[in-house]
Write a protein that binds this ligand. Sequence first.
Ligand code: IPE
Ligand code: IPE
Ligand code: MG
Length: 247
Amino acid sequence: MNIEQRPPGDDPASANNMHVAVIMDGNGRWASNRGWPRLVGHRKGAERVRELVNACPDLGIRYLTLYAFSTENWSRTTEEVLGLMSLFGRYIKREAGRMKKEGVRMRIIGDRTPLDPKLRALFDWIEEDTRDNDRVHLTVAINYGGRDEIRRAAQSVARAVASGMLDPDMISDQTLNAHMDTAALPDPDLVVRTSGETRVSNFLLWQAAYAEYIFTPVLWPDFTPETMNTILDAFAKRERRFGGVVT
Ligand code: IPE
Ligand code: IPE
Ligand code: MG
């Protein structure tokens, strides 16, 4: 692979510390274009995930957050939903050793309560098994929806208020943040969406308040670390103002 180490700069986002979130889209179309079942596209997509995770240190990405299954994706066929769920389990089992060795800390975000207990146990196990790692923080969003996450956070805050533990006047952005699935993560600097769609589809609605968005026509199964490198070059040219004025 031909990726130079990105130079550290003043901006924390360029100091090899970036948080990049990806809406991995286009697996189905990639497969259909070849006359193959959609699941073949998802399988190829999982290979792309593995490559990208391994390339993160070279790309200067410390936090990589991937949208793998939305709260709306249950509307797909049972075959596709079950195929995706088994792919998640297989990915974790197959990659656990390498993640442990390469310093990857894996987290799963989203509501896992309706998921298969065996898969949930695997999520608990991999989070525990990699909890001491700090080189790359890989977060995978499964049964994740931004609205659903905010709703669950609001419920959790409401419970703290109802129990007398929290004064409603003391609720700050930080309070809400601490009740989000992403409490342990910085906000994303960049959200990438593949496959040419230019919508957010319920991803990180709270956290991406000041993220840059980059949309690429590349279908996820064609997305390589080099594609990410090109996107990071485009991101580096963006001027982030955070509501201020650049003098
Ligand atoms: C993204 O690819 C993966 C998931 C949503 C699970 P799609 O499955 O949405 O692929 P397209 O958009 O139908 O091509
Ligand atoms: C978004 O892709 C969800 C994931 C990538 C997991 P979708 O393909 O589900 O989104 P829509 O339906 O095009 O908005
Ligand atoms: Mg799609």
